[in-house]
Each structure stands twice: as C-alpha cells, then as structure tokens.
Design a protein. Structure first.
Length: 278
C-alpha cells in the first residue's frame, strides 16, 4: 500500500474504527487464550448461568463454563476458519479465473459453466451441502467456506483478465516473446491484486457469518469447541431468562462482520484507479 493509498484509506473515520475493532479481535485471537484463567471446556455444574461478577466477567453458560474465556478462544476458531476457507477459496478462484479469462475458448466455457452451476445455489445452502457430504468439524467447515468462495472470485478475476490481456503492455510482452506463464505472473496477476484484496476482505465477513450459521445449525464446528455460532445457538434456548448467553456471541459476530465490510469498502475506495488519477 503506497503513501497515497494509505492517506485515502485513513481519511475515512469509519474505516479506522473498523480497523481498530478487527485489530482488537486479532489480538485476543492470538494472545487472549494465553491470558485466560479458565479452561474453556471445564464444566462446573455449581456455577451454571452465573451473572457477570469479579470471578466471571461475562458470566457463565449452561455448563458453568466461563463466557469470557469461551468468547476469546472462539475468536481464534472463528477467525481461523474464515481466514483459511476464504484464502483457499480465493486461490482456487483466482487460478480458475485467470485460466478462463486468459485462454478463453473451451477452457473458458467449462469454467464459466462450473461457476454458473455453483452460483445457482444460495451461498449458505451450498456450504450446507458440502458439510452434509463431508461431515462436521473445523476442517470440513473450512472446506465448505472455500467451496462457497470459489465462484465469486473466479467470475470477478475472469472479467479482469479478459480486460487486461488485450492491453497494450501485454500485447508488447507477447511481441517480445514472453511466455504465457510469465505474462500471467508478472503482469496479469499483479494488476489484478487490488481488486482481489478488496474482494477477499469483503468475503471474510461473509465467511464469518457462514461459519457461524453452520455452527448455529449444528453443521459446523463441533462441541466442545467454543465457536461463536454454536454459542449463539446454545444461548437462544435460554434467551428469556439469561439473555447474555446469546447477546455476547451475537455482538462479537456482528462487530467482526460489520468491521470486515467497512474495511473492505475503505480499501475499495482507496485502491480505486479513478481516485488514484484524481
């Protein structure tokens, strides 16, 4: 990110707030579990549904487990699942989009039909189908999010590559005898990176929501792992007489998803070529 892009990025106050919130959650995901005094899976039936106190700052859940500890450890699991799934899906989507857009012909037709087929299903439904086939668990949830991300990235990259491959500098590289692989690696992909980064950032929020939805439905990360969606599902059952059990993970999910969306919008505005030339 060059100086001009960074200046445009920090001009937006909402983007700064979103970035601070994300940095906070990244920090607790990385270092929070080292500071926790409780085992997130330790059951204490004598301390069920305790209200916030000096001993348990956010209270306890239906098995007497410390809510603060589970939210902190859950941040690591939720962010890991969303990041891994989004990055894997983006890498595969970029590869498919580049091949389809650059070479065209039969390859473009095959990739486009595959992408159209995946886009025919709502995103969450597609993730549910993948998890239903593979089974529950962290790894399979990552696979579901990756599979869900592929068509959106592939379609975007294909459009970018179709435009770039006809540009003058790419034509000049061909005349000079540069191979397709060299043109793709040194020109096509680098000139697509700004839009790929923005798209990936926006997809991270969707991935968090998808992972939480799968766990909420009992199809994602399996107990006793403290995943935010699973915690929200457990809290739903007692929301009338102990609302904190649902409010706390719900607020965490909302803050992270909203922050990714805000930061993604900020990156898009900062990296927009029209703004660069203004």
């Amino acid at each position: 990110m060059d100086a001009q892009v960074f200046k445009r990025f920090i001009k937006n106050k909402a983007t700064i707030v979103g970035s601070i919130i994300l940095l906070f959650f990244f920090f607790i995901a990385l270092f929070g579990p080292l500071l926790c005094h409780y085992d997130p899976n330790a059951i204490d039936l004598k301390s069920v549904y305790q209200h916030p106190s000096a001993e348990h700052l956010l209270g306890t859940d239906n098995l007497g487990r410390d809510m603060l500890t589970r939210i902190i450890v859950g941040a690591r699991i939720s962010l890991l699942v969303s990041f891994a799934g989004t990055i894997i899906g983006s890498l595969i989507g970029v590869a498919l989009g580049v091949v389809a857009g650059y070479y065209g012909g039969l390859l473009d037709s095959l990739v486009s039909r595959f992408v159209d087929l995946l886009l025919a299903f709502p995103g969450l439904l597609l993730a549910i189908v993948v998890v239903a086939i593979l089974g529950n668990g962290i790894v399979n949830t990552i696979a579901a999010i990756a599979f869900y991300s592929i068509p959106y990235v592939a379609r975007m990259v294909r459009g970018i590559v179709i435009t770039l491959k006809n540009s003058e500098y790419v034509q000049a590289c061909r005349v000079m005898g540069a191979s397709d692989l060299r043109i793709i690696i040194t020109h096509i992909i680098p000139n697509s990176m700004s839009q790929i980064i923005v798209n990936t950032t926006l997809n991270l929020g969707t991935a968090i929501l998808t992972a939480s939805s799968l766990s909420f439905l009992g199809l994602g990360v399996t107990p006793p792992h403290p995943e935010w969606g699973a915690m929200l599902s457990q809290g739903r059952e007692v929301i009338r007489y102990f609302p904190l059990a649902a409010i706390i993970p719900g607020v965490a999910i909302t803050l992270v998803v909203l922050s990714f969306s805000i930061v993604g919008d900020g990156l898009r505005d900062a990296l927009d070529p029209k703004l660069k030339n203004s």
